[in-house]
Design a protein around this ligand. Structure first.
Ligand code: NDP
Length: 501
């Protein structure tokens, strides 16, 4: 347990992590798992074990859900005036900013994201809490148009106990996307972070308590999906389950809900998003830079990554040549160096999975134009080169399956109709982009694409004020924007018979 990690020969020493929280956070206090079990927290930066973290299971889930239920019913948070919850969540945003560097370091050590990206992620979390804090006392209910003999109104009420199960690719932002609207609307939360990234959510819980979120309202249980995650999904007293992660596990949560209490389920799952470049692209260099960022950013571990690059034939060679040059700027570096653009994969399993897909692409007959290998092996960490496959077909596995790594599959197409058909030929529908000068073509594409987001002449741009989520097997429901408040509230109709005097 604890202390300074030992250093692999020839690499920089990792910072001291002895003060990082590593126990579960239940009812306002840190505690070991009921079983006393732990699991190793390994940094992909260097492959070193940092310390052991509590491995919670069903018994801890039962305890945390009971605490969450009790606090919800007691009303210490759920019955506060919205403006009072606003004050607390605005304070939380300030505390996140105060601790920006500490939180960013946790993210980088835990999952290998470059420190500059981790700082940006922390900033994003603070801004997101602020958005929902500011929103929550500005939404109104409805008065029904039911005529003079009745007064009817429709209010939004907090759902109750909300379970959150999240992935590791954005260790503070992914929980925050759900936490902020769920807390703002008065729910009590039990969060299970991914086993690869438990550190920063535990720090977030401590900050929430410091900001004034009452004990028992926000609980965090590090642990495994099959145990703690499943127990939350199947719990009879969890009213809502919001999940981000793979489509495969997302489907399990629908089963868990169906086999337990029919809890409401919101899913933000995978993608194989098409980034479609027509030969009338207005700025080919911008398109190339954004295509690179869209697949190499966060080592490609992004649900909305532009993993399929659809290139109109007449421009394909030029784009691919420029993209290969651009990839040179994304060579993996030390994640703790502020100049690094691409860090490690989250762990050895994910690195092996990505390298496996690279082997699959080569054996399927796609042409490897750049990358393809492990990098920085001497660091002991888990790095993969930015990788480009060209001349691929859309029926290849590297064009159909979510690789979740810095691997782009470029697919040529002839006509506009071809481009749209290939773009839609996927079980996913999270994001998409089209590059063209022709506003009519852009509108036709936006209308035809079956995806939750379509960007025109940019890739994966968004805003807290805009909903984000998927069509098809990319999910159910939307994170972000005022619509996210709907995820954590339900409608109540009150019908008052106005009696004649
Ligand atoms: P998962 O979908 O397995 O993990 C997401 C969350 O679900 C984690 O908290 C995980 O817990 C939990 N979980 C896993 N199995 C179960 C289960 N049986 N019941 C309940 N909860 C469960 O993603 P992985 O981390 O395994 O990554 C595998 C692949 O999933 C990636 O390569 C990528 O393709 C895709 N993925 C997609 C993401 C997206 O945002 N689109 C995000 C992450 C992954 P734990 O980690 O502790 O097991």
């Amino acid at each position: 347990m604890g202390g300074m990690a030992t250093t692999a020969p020839g690499t920089r020493a990792l910072p001291d992590t002895s003060h990082f929280r590593r126990q579960a956070f239940i009812d306002g206090a840190f505690a070991d798992a009921a079983s006393g079990a732990t699991f190793a927290c390994v940094s992909p930066v260097s492959g070193e074990t940092l310390f052991d973290v509590a491995a919670c299971d069903g018994a801890d889930v039962d305890r945390a859900v009971a605490v969450a239920r009790r606090t919800f019913e007691a009303g210490t948070w759920s019955r506060l005036a919205p403006r009072e919850r606003r004050t607390v969540l605005l304070r939380l945003a300030e505390l996140i900013e105060r601790d920006r560097d500490r939180l960013a370091l946790m993210i980088t050590l835990d999952m290998g994201k470059p420190i500059s990206g981790a700082q940006g992620e922390v900033d994003g979390a603070a801004a997101y809490f602020r958005y929902f804090a500011e929103a929550v006392d500005k939404v109104y209910g409805e008065v029904g148009p039911t005529g003079p003999s009745a007064f009817t109104f429709v209010t939004r009420e907090a759902i109750g106990v909300v379970g959150l199960v999240v992935p590791w690719n954005y260790p503070i932002l992914m929980p925050t996307w759900k936490l902020a609207p769920a807390l703002a609307t008065g729910n009590s939360i039990v969060l299970k972070p991914a086993e690869q990234s438990p550190i920063v959510p535990l720090a977030l819980a401590e900050l929430a308590a410091e900001a004034g979120v009452p004990d028992g309202v926000f609980n965090v249980l590090p642990g495994f999906g099959e145990t703690a995650g499943q127990a939350l999904g199947r719990h009879m007293d969890v009213d809502k389950l919001a999940f981000t992660g793979s489509s495969e596990v997302g489907k399990l949560f629908l089963v868990y809900a169906g086999e337990s209490n029919m809890k409401s389920v919101q899913l933000e799952c995978g993608g194989k998003s098409p980034n479609v470049v027509f030969d009338d692209v207005p700025d080919v260099d911008l398109a190339v830079a954004q295509a690179a960022e869209g697949i190499f950013g966060n080592s490609g571990q992004v649900c909305s990554a532009g993993s399929r690059l659809l290139l109109q034939e007449s421009i394909a060679d030029e784009v691919l040549e420029k993209l290969a040059a651009e990839a040179g700027k994304w060579q993996p570096g030390d994640p703790l160096d502020p100049a690094t653009r691409m860090g490690s994969m989250v762990d050895e399993t994910q690195m092996d999975r990505v390298l496996g897909y690279i082997g699959t692409g080569a054996s399927e007959g796609a042409e490897l134009r750049a990358g393809g290998a492990r990098a920085r092996e001497e660091s002991g960490g888990f790095y993969v080169e930015p990788t480009i496959f060209a001349g691929a077909r859309n029926d290849m596995r590297i064009a159909q399956e979510e690789i979740f790594g810095p691997v782009v599959t470029a697919i040529p197409f002839r006509s506009e109709a071809d481009g749209v058909r290939i773009a839609n030929d996927t079980v996913y529908g999270l994001s998409s982009a089209v590059w063209t000068r022709d506003i009519n073509k852009a509108h036709r594409f936006a209308r035809s694409i079956r995806a939750g987001t379509v960007c025109v002449n940019c890739y994966d741009w968004g805003d807290n004020s805009l909903p984000f989520g998927g069509y098809k097997q990319s999910g159910i429901g939307r994170d972000k924007s005022l619509h996210a408040l709907e995820n954590y509230t339900q409608l109540k109709t009150t019908y008052i018979n106005v009696l004649e005097g």
